[in-house]
Write a protein that binds this ligand. Structure first.
Ligand SMILES: Nc1ncnc2c1ncn2[C@@H]1O[C@H](COP(=O)(O)OP(=O)(O)OP(=O)(O)O)[C@@H](O)[C@H]1O
Length: 729
């Protein structure tokens, strides 16, 4: 029951039939989505509006359609020229008189726009000849005297229908940083007090909304679109959850070429000739992936590259090729983001640095409302590279921790994880994930974790292996050594009779020379009996939970990433091994691993399109690492871990594992620090997706190196994750 004096903008209005007819006639859209109709109604009623809809939800229609039903010109402020070009081209194709003004608008176009604007302002132009939509950048709006003069003339002639601020969160994000002209939008309300404003965004937190109300001087109070008063700004929001998007996290192979093969198989098997995007962490990655995928697939996957350094001409060309289908997969950085609107993108493959990026990037998929897949490729070893990429002097950034936690979660529904994450990180109400069918915290039933067969994962108390890892990390630190993630895993997993030696801290001449002997047998009562990949999963679990932490040490060209005990380490490491084994002391730590003994694919019982595709990678065998790791098919040579409780999940796990650990001592010492390595690129993918022959590439200031066989040096653990070249957008 509507309270007296309130308006429900989702209801019927005198223009409702005309609105629907116009929508069908011009845009071919028969049904409104989400809160589109309500926003159109509030728009036609001349209200100030804030509208928050998910990426791909259909925000553009909420101003484009009303613009066609009222006299005058709607001015749209948009942050991206490519977005404006897309929108105007789309409108012109639909027969709408739309123009755009940016830095590169030609003088001929300017002259034509000038004529039309003057004709509109002086009443010399027919209604059908009016410019209905004019797109402009905030810079042009703030700096162009001519444009300002047009706006005033239009306003005086009552032909300035509405001001729209697209991607309105930029007002708070960019205003303070590199797009100061966003803040100049402040002047609009003063100059055009009667012209209504519409602010649109996909992710607007309460803070951003407050900021928008202030900068744009929107009318108070803020009111719900279904119970609005006669004054104030109308707020619409629709669920951020899009049920046609199927989220999954797939294990990423260690080697670049294996990953390319996996992506090739995935695309050719499930999305042959369909449109997709592969988001990469750097420009070089995007180039390598595009080239290799094209070659590996025998030119069957037609790839294109898009990043900030691709020329404007090439970007335009690529856009056209993608729209026509002559390019079907774009390999891109996050630069290929805002405003990319291709209806039939059926899959997006991600390597994301944050949950925000992952969500934003996945917004490019399934914009036609049909099913699409959003696949994040993940390896726990990525933690190292992600930390280096996002390093700001304090070790790993919070965004990376959150991303790792999201990626490692093998049980939580992805929709619920998004809802919980955004409600905390962005203070978005969890309600924005509620749909007609499900509550915000109800499972979606179609992501990888909802479809996963329970027996495909082993969730167990990992106190003992965690305690062992912490003991070793502490011993390394106490002795003045420093270890990378891979080195820590290798030391912890080495056989008890092998001697492991960690390098002393410091570099070059100032370095304290020498080595430290780390023997897992004496320090941790024996080696960690986990599969190699599970050891990394556990290390990330310990990072996320603050038992370990990352230390990033920048060099001139690189970032070295080490693992040290975290603030909670001693909660566990102060206990004796017996206490831990008895399981009566210390925090219960449950961590999930893929069930390797059963080798249950996540797809076997899942039966959905999204999860059936997971088998592409879950069946894919991660190759052994360079010279040190056994494959997981090799047999355990049998050191009994006798002191863990019989029948405990960890001991069951250990018994199930059929893998060995190398006898080879692990030596990490100072002597190799500045020598060039001979390296076959075994883990190349993990720190860079680039190719061009990793073995030919000279690594900058290696921390540890694979010794040349000729030199007959002992084998050692090596992880190129340690040395990071930063080249992201
Ligand atoms: N009611 C509808 N029915 C079918 N298709 C629609 C509807 N509304 C919009 N669309 C289509 O959905 C796609 C996405 O719309 P739009 O570009 O407006 O999204 P958006 O909300 O602006 O997303 P982003 O924030 O990512 O730019 C477009 O191709 C548009 O034509």
């Amino acid at each position: 029951m509507l309270e007296e004096g309130t308006i429900d903008y989702s209801g019927k209005f005198r223009w409702s039939d005309a609105l629907k007819a116009k929508s069908r006639e011009v845009f071919g859209i028969n049904e409104f989505r989400l809160c589109q109709e309500g926003v159109c109604n509030a728009n036609l009623a001349g209200r100030d509006i804030i509208c928050v809809m998910p990426t791909g939800g259909g925000k553009s229609l909420t101003y484009q359609l009303p613009a066609l039903l009222m006299p005058g010109c709607t001015v749209v402020v948009s942050p991206l020229i490519s977005l404006m070009k897309d929108q105007t081209a789309h409108l012109i194709r639909a027969g709408v008189n739309a123009v755009m003004l940016a830095r590169d608008t030609t003088s001929e176009d300017l002259a034509l726009i000038n004529l039309s604007m003057n004709a509109m302002a002086t009443g010399k132009c027919q209604l059908r000849e009016e410019i209905k939509l004019c797109y402009v950048t905030p810079e042009k709006l703030a700096q162009s005297g001519q444009f300002n003069a047009w706006l005033h003339k239009l306003n005086d002639a009552k032909k300035l229908a509405r001001l729209v601020i697209d991607e309105a969160h930029c007002v708070s994000e960019m205003g303070l940083n590199f797009r100061p002209d966003y803040l100049k939008l402040e002047a609009l309300r003063g100059e055009f007090p009667t012209v209504p404003v519409l602010a649109l965004s996909a992710t607007c937190t309460r803070n951003v909304i407050d900021k928008l109300m202030g900068v744009l001087k929107l009318r108070s109070p803020l009111q719900n679109g279904t119970k609005a008063g006669a004054e104030g700004t109308i707020y619409f929001s629709s669920p951020l959850y899009r049920k046609n998007l199927h989220y999954s996290i797939l294990p990423k192979p260690a080697r670049f070429d294996d990953t390319i093969k996996m992506i090739r198989e995935y695309i050719l098997t499930h999305h042959k000739n369909q449109s997709g995007i592969i988001y990469c962490l750097s420009q070089k990655d995007a180039e390598s992936v595009a080239a290799e995928l094209h070659a590996e697939s025998g030119q069957r996957i037609r790839t294109g590259v898009y990043h900030a350094n691709v020329s404007a001409t090439r970007k335009n060309q690529l856009h056209a090729q993608w729209q026509q289908g002559s390019v079907n997969v774009i390999c891109a950085t996050i630069a290929f983001g805002l405003g990319i609107d291709k209806a039939n993108v059926r899959f997006v493959i991600h390597h994301s640095k944050s949950i925000e990026n992952f969500y934003q990037e996945s917004g490019r998929a399934g914009r036609d409302g049909e099913d699409a897949e959003c696949v994040l490729l993940y390896r726990p070893q990525d933690a190292t590279r992600l930390s280096a990429l996002t390093e700001h002097g304090n070790g790993m950034s919070g965004a990376v921790y959150n991303m790792l936690e999201f990626a490692q979660d093998m049980q939580g529904c992805r929709k619920v994880l998004f809802a919980k994450y955004f409600s905390v990180a962005s203070q978005l109400s969890v309600d924005v994930w509620t749909t007609e069918e499900t509550g915000a915290l109800e499972r979606c039933r179609h992501c990888d974790n909802c479809k996963r067969a329970p027996e495909s994962i082993d969730c167990m108390d990992v106190r003992l292996p965690a305690w062992q890892l912490l003991k070793i990390a502490e011993a390394v630190e106490v002795h003045g050594g420093q270890v990378t993630m891979m080195q820590l895993a290798d030391i912890a997993r080495s056989r008890g009779h092998g001697k492991s030696i960690a390098r002393k801290r410091g570099r070059g001449r100032a370095a304290e020379r020498g080595t430290v002997t780390i023997d897992p047998k004496t320090i941790a009562g024996g080696p960690v009996k986990l599969h190699q990949d599970d050891t990394y999963l556990l290390l990330v679990f310990l990072l996320i939970n603050q038992y370990l932490k990352i230390e990033v040490k920048p060099n001139k060209h690189t970032q070295n990433v080490y693992i040290v005990p975290g603030q909670k380490a001693r909660d566990l490491s102060d206990l004796s091994r017996t206490d831990v084994v008895d399981g009566c002391m210390g925090p219960v730590m449950r961590c999930c691993f893929p069930n390797r003994s059963k080798r249950v694919s996540t797809t076997k019982n899942a039966g959905t399109q999204a999860s059936s595709k997971a088998s592409v990678s879950s069946k894919h065998k991660t190759p052994s690492r360079v010279g040190s790791e056994p494959s997981d098919d090799e047999l355990d040579d049998g050191e009994e871990v006798s002191d863990i409780g019989e029948g405990s999940d960890y001991s069951n796990y250990v018994q199930r594992q059929e893998h060995d650990q190398s006898d080879t001592p692990i030596v990490i010492d100072d002597d190799v620090e500045d020598k060039e390595e001979e390296y076959d690129g075994g883990d190349e993918w993990s720190y860079s997706m680039r190719t061009g022959g990793p073995s030919k590439r000279k690594r900058l200031q290696p921390y540890v190196e694979i010794p040349s066989p000729k030199k007959k040096r002992p084998k050692m653990a090596y992880d190129p994750d340690d040395v990071i070249s930063i080249a992201s957008d």
